[in-house]
Design a protein around this ligand. Structure first.
Ligand code: COA
Ligand code: AMP
Length: 636
């Protein structure tokens, strides 16, 4: 396998030989108002900045520039089985919608550099909102709808938005979820008060607007349309922030990942063609949510920058209405490439193991399935390959990187697949595996997965107004490298194997969550003395959180009542997305002699993996107690 050569190797070597030349050439696919004076300036920013001196506009490149050549092509297809709506929006219509909304944002006082929080469901207005911010140089921060008011408040406090864009409700499977009460509570909780809110009233549930603060989206946009008012694309520096997207850190305080304008466009455009192997005009579907990085990069920006038709799907892989939902969308809209999380395919496989529902659909235009967001287990990959008969491509990246780090580059020549490995580093990324002392390990040896600095265009330059936290979280452990916080190994063929996180982040149904954040919630319960949250293997969601709590002495309430309160508290403070359904009361937690909770060993016990008693353990008997407690709940 080592001898297998593909154009990938040439592309990677070309990047290695001349990274700046490589990205300068890729930048030729973007329209700039002013070209960069330096492709990369190592002295700028925390570790250097890309396309310094350039001026550009992301909305112009994603929307306006396509109108002349593909104005009547669908830019977005909103497909919503939960509301029964399918609506295509052409590039010409998209430009009009976005430019008008941008004028409304201007009316509300939004200027270049101001932040706008977007707390919205999967409807076209959400994409319009992101693009309208980009158009006027405002910085959007989309907050996933499954987060609770408290999480939204934390993000509002950090981003300090001038306005918040929201909607009356989301529709989750068969349920209508009111958003407005969450928005109101978040604004009440936050210490920073936005000047105004713009609210989409959805037909499924309307809400009362708060006088003096809220404006009705449809009437504001309708009035601007009637007056023919539109806002033009504002030139911004390539290094200006396009958006801030909060992601879980090791504490309950999320990290505001910053994405710039110039490097982001260059990297995403490059990835659409060279990684995903998609051509302008083709239909690309990332079945995710705009609240996640996948939604930012591959529902909205990537496909539009490339002149594709992007699908915005408001539904689930199963239950809307059945496990054939994905096949229906692929066939109906002529999707060539789909991107989703392995958990979605596990859900489909569970409901329709023989893929009977697939037989009703013509998937002849479908070329490839891309999976990311969590480890793609070989069973699921093989199942998808068998039923679909197209390449199934696992690829690995993070909110921080914004686009794939390691993958099988279909666009420049796919390599042989090894199930369980996302394949090889893409141009832009020198991936290494280091031991605890920061020394590279031999092939096949596990260690910390790191990326040699500088990170490529598109990856985060810093955290929002927190350069020191950025340095400390990512750059300080292994000087000269970005620490991914994933562990794994490179094999003899240079394939990466990602085996898990080195921090307390867990991955639940492709959603990244902090167990530290959940522990903060559990610890705040008056009856809880101490606690530990771990991710336990789950056949559908990959992992689900499980919280162990030790009650304070003297608490004479039934543990099951307290456990129910703890489950409700996590849902209330973090949100339903945490999928926290299991709190278990135990007498003691296993610790090292220095007092560190042995979460890793607890996880092995819960997962039924082989485990050994750590040499540093204080009292080995506690591990048996944990095993007994888990067995009492039908686990381990
Ligand atoms: N707004 C409000 N609530 C939301 C929400 C949103 N946007 N998204 C999820 N939730 C809620 C769900 O309704 C669920 O609530 P419940 O506990 O009352 O049932 C909870 O959050 C957990 O959601 P989820 O983890 O998505 O579980 P699920 O059981 O609803 O669906 C899957 C399971 C596998 C079908 C689902 O996770 C899925 O479609 N995954 C696709 C992959 C994906 O989107 N990955 C994202 C990164 S690429
Ligand atoms: P997020 O920032 O939400 O995209 O989550 C990123 C994390 O998800 C990574 O650091 C990994 O831990 C995990 N992850 C994403 N893609 C993969 C993959 N293909 N294989 C294994 N883990 C993955």
């Amino acid at each position: 396998m080592t001898s297998t050569r593909s154009p990938y190797h040439e592309a990677y070597a070309a990047w290695q030989a001349d990274p700046e030349g490589f990205w300068a050439e890729a930048a030729g696919d973007i329209d700039w108002f002013r070209p960069a004076s330096r492709v990369f300036d190592p002295e700028a920013g925390v570790y250097g900045r890309w396309f310094v001196g350039a001026e550009c506009n992301t909305c112009f490149n994603a929307v306006d520039r396509h109108v002349a050549s593909r104005g009547d092509q669908a830019a977005l297809i909103y497909d919503s089985p939960v509301t029964g709506v399918v609506r295509a929006i052409t590039y010409r219509e998209l430009r009009h919608e976005v430019a008008t909304l941008a004028a409304v944002l201007r009316d509300m006082g939004v200027e270049r550099g101001d932040r706008v929080v977007i707390y919205m469901p999967m409807i076209p207005e959400t994409a319009f909102a992101m693009l309208a911010c980009a158009r006027i140089g405002a910085v959007h921060s989309v907050v996933f709808g499954g987060f609770a008011a408290k999480e939204l408040a934390t993000r509002i406090d950090d981003a300090r938005p001038k306005i918040v864009l929201s909607a009356s409700c989301g529709v989750e499977g068969g349920r209508v979820i009111p958003y407005k009460p969450l928005l109101d509570e978040a604004i009440a909780l936050s210490s920073v008060k936005p000047e105004g809110c713009l609210i989409v009233q959805r037909p499924q549930l309307s809400c009362e607007l708060t006088q003096g603060r809220d404006r009705d989206w449809a009437s504001a946009v309708g009035q601007a349309k009637a007056e023919g008012r539109e806002a033009a694309c504002v030139p911004v520096a390539a290094t200006d922030p396009l958006y801030v997207l909060y992601t879980s850190g090791t504490t309950g305080i999320p990290k505001g990942v910053v994405r710039d304008n110039g490097g982001h466009m260059v990297a995403l455009k490059w990835s659409m063609e060279h990684f995903f192997g998609v051509k302008p005009g083709e239909v690309f579907w990332a079945a995710s949510d705009v609240g996640w990085v996948v939604g930012h990069s591959y529902i909205v920006y990537g496909p539009l920058l490339h002149g594709c038709t992007a699908i915005l799907y408001e539904g689930k892989p199963v239950g809307t209405p059945d496990a054939g939902a994905y096949w229906r969308v692929i066939a109906q809209h002529g999707v060539v490439t789909q991107f989703t999380a392995p958990t979605a395919f596990r859900a489909i496989k569970k409901e329709d193991p023989k893929a009977e529902l697939l037989k009703a659909y013509d998937l002849s235009r479908f070329r490839a399935l891309f999976l990311a967001g969590e480890r793609a287990d070989p069973d699921t990959v093989q199942w998808a390959e068998t039923i679909l008969g197209v390449p199934v491509i696992d690829h690995w990246w993070q909110t921080e990187t914004g686009w794939p780090v390691v993958g099988n580059p279909l666009g420049i020549g796919a390599l042989p697949v090894k199930h369980g490995s996302p394949t090889v580093p893409l141009p832009g990324y020198r991936v290494e595996v280091l031991d605890e002392g920061g020394k590279p390990v031999a092939p096949g040896t596990m260690g910390a997965i790191v990326i040699k600095l500088p990170l490529p265009p598109g990856a985060l330059p810093t955290l929002w107004q927190a350069d020191d936290r950025f340095r400390q979280s990512y750059l300080s452990v292994y000087p000269g490298y970005y620490n991914t916080s994933d562990a794994g190994f490179l094999d003899e063929d240079g394939y990466l194997w990602v085996m898990g996180r080195t921090d307390d982040i867990i991955n639940v149904a492709g959603h990244r969550l902090s167990t530290g954040g959940m522990e903060e919630v559990l610890a705040s319960h008056p009856a809880v003395a101490e606690c530990a949250v771990i991710g336990v293997k789950d056949s559908l969601k990959g992992e689900v959180p499980c919280g162990f709590v030790v009650l304070k002495s003297g608490v004479n309430r039934t543990p099951s009542d307290i456990e129910a309160e703890l489950v409700a508290m996590v849902r209330e403070r973090i949100g339903p997305v945490a999928a926290f359904k299991l709190a278990i009361t135990v007498g003691r937690l296993p610790k090292t002699r220095s007092g560190k909770i042995l979460r890793g060993t607890m996880k092995k016990i819960a997962d039924g993996d082989t485990w050994t008693v750590p040499a540093t353990i204080d009292d080995p008997a506690i591990l048996d107690e944990i095993g007994d407690a888990l067995r009492g709940r039908g686990l381990a």
